[in-house]
Design a protein around this ligand. Structure first.
Ligand code: NDP
Length: 283
């Protein structure tokens, strides 16, 4: 009897979940990575109803999906959903990538790592022995503090609107006091800094966090986490104050995606061509 061999090649499935999701660039990024590395994957964008994250992920797992990126507002739901959570995600209190392996659910958070890779790698602005200031105490800052500390800055400071919240966060990540906790009123006289990162969501509303020119050391890097918004009020202030380089978060977005892709597929894609494709000039 002739045996007919069935094709075992089934395209591996991944997705990004958020709400809203129409703005996402993740499918474009992951498809570009897959094409460049010869990986046969399908990657789609899905909108889950608020409160419906776990039910949607249950369904996707049953249908054989192998991994997910998670964006607003579900990063905390993803943290709760994961059975195993990597340390940086635990400190962030948020998961932005899930991997499903042999019935278990592993969660990680690559946002902070992506930010550090963009600053230290792509922008060639080493963080070691530099004075670094992060603005904001939200999820993005929570995820970035540990990767920043690991780079060995001379000083790492976080500023936020509520001092008690900043102090609690700084203590949680660095119980030895390695992170200076400031509110905006305390910032005067603390600078200047070599790297100033706006990890607040102020730019999404065209607002400026309450900081002055004295934060920015001559020639410093000013980094805006929001992307695709051109010169935000923060980046404009930084330029006026003499920053040597201003950048938005598009490189961070692509770098965190590359981390997730490598985690899922075991192969690291080149990020530079994708960053170039997505970059909008800062004017
Ligand atoms: P969160 O909502 O978790 O936190 C927002 C933070 O911004 C809070 O600390 C809030 O302060 C502060 N804030 C908001 N408005 C102002 C203001 N006018 N002045 C001072 N502080 C303000 O957001 P995330 O941390 O998740 O995201 C922050 C930014 O990073 C967003 O712009 C987001 O789009 C971007 N991002 C970019 C990524 C990328 O890949 N490039 C990835 C993740 C995020 P308070 O607590 O006092 O209200």
């Amino acid at each position: 009897m002739e045996m007919v061999e069935e094709s075992s090649s089934v395209t591996d499935r991944y997705a990004v979940i958020g709400n809203p999701i129409s703005h996402t660039k993740s499918p474009q990024i992951h498809r570009a990575f897959a094409a460049a590395t010869g990986q046969d994957i399908e990657y789609i964008a899905l909108e889950a109803p608020v409160g419906g994250f776990a039910a949607m992920v249950d369904e996707l797992r049953q249908a054989g999906t192998l991994g997910l990126n998670v964006t607003l507002p579900f990063k905390v739901d993803a943290f709760a959903y994961a059975g195993v959570v990597q340390q940086r995600a635990r400190l962030a209190g948020a998961v932005n990538a899930l991997k499903f392996v042999d019935g278990s659910v592993i969660g990680d958070n690559f946002d902070g790592l992506g930010l550090v890779r963009d600053i230290a790698g792509n922008l060639r602005h080493a963080l070691r022995d530099r004075r670094v200031l992060l603005l904001g105490t939200g999820g993005a800052t929570r995820g970035a503090l540990l990767p920043f500390l690991e780079e060995g800055p001379a000083r790492l400071a976080v500023a936020g609107r509520k001092h008690a919240a900043v102090a609690a966060l700084a203590r949680e990540v660095a119980p030895d006091g390695g992170i200076a906790a400031l509110d905006y009123g305390m910032l005067a006289g603390q600078g200047p800094f070599d790297v100033v990162v706006n990890a607040t969501s102020a730019s999404l509303r065209d607002e400026l966090p309450p900081i002055g020119h004295d934060c920015f050391a001559p020639g410093c890097l000013a980094y805006e986490l929001a992307y695709g918004k051109g010169l935000t009020p923060f980046l404009r202030l930084a330029r006026d104050a003499g920053a040597g380089r201003v950048a938005d978060g598009v490189g961070m977005l692509v770098e965190q995606a590359a981390e997730a892709f490598a985690w899922w597929r075991g192969i690291r894609p080149a990020t530079e061509p994708v960053i170039r494709q997505l970059t909008v000039p800062l004017i």
